[in-house]
Design a binder for this molecule. Sequence first.
Ligand code: DGL
Length: 297
Amino acid sequence: MGREFDEQDPVKLYVPHRNPAGEVRSPLAPVGVFDSGIGGLTVVREIMRQMPQERLVYFGDTARLPYGSKSRSTIIRYSRQIVRFLHTKGVKAIVIACNTASSCALQTIARESSIPVIGVIYAGAVTAVKASRSGRIGIIGTQATVSSGIYPNVIRNISPEILVFQKACPLFVPLVEAGLLHDSVTDEIASRYLQELKGKYIDTLVLGCTHYPLIRSTIQRIMGDEVTLVNPAYETALELRQILEREKLLNPGTESAQDGDKYQFYVSDLAESFRDFASSILPAEAKNAQTIEIEEY
Ligand code: DGL
């Protein structure tokens, strides 16, 4: 049996709540990773770097993004469908590589799951607390993530005296999905969004959406070098490793998987543009990316 939610130790929440008799997961099974689109690839990239032996199945919900402007109940429904799809691929653990889905659906998904499920929020919060010297931390994310208040809650749980300032940046996701990573339009919008946070004298800023590391250089330029940007992807991969080790699910790396089936990519729309983008930022090709009907799950 798994553990119930533990506010003091959120990292321990995301272990299986129930483990149906007879269900045995092999360490050789893939890890499932999902996001609303391409943003979760920033987490995949880190998992590939830290655990090159792991097989991965990625799903990007490109037909239904952005999640950030949707209601909590819709995000939970979408996440449940994706989890059901990932189960058909025999995954041994799931990483919700989306801050919005982590904010709204992680607890529900983890409680219903027979395999470990982790999100990206706790990793980002812990890293920010460690990085901040002044105790003034900024969070940028989608409207749903900011409205959920999850980052301030988790940060105050770790260190109650820290001041947290949030700003929703709803146009960042469409700009990134449109490929405008280095563009004057993105610069202009980022300047407007970040102006307010600049006045708060923060020394640390959490990129609280997995799409944002893709415009990191723009955000850093506007915030200035004195502000440390936190990308939760690195710590999320570390947390995944810890959980796989603890559950005896870490792939020992003894088999020789062909690259073709080691990494599988699925989207709900526009597989071709996803394929090109994924191949440009990952250390592996995403040639096999294909479209599926996620509403069928
Ligand atoms: N990458 C998701 C996140 O981390 C994106 C958001 C969206 O679809 O709005 O929040």
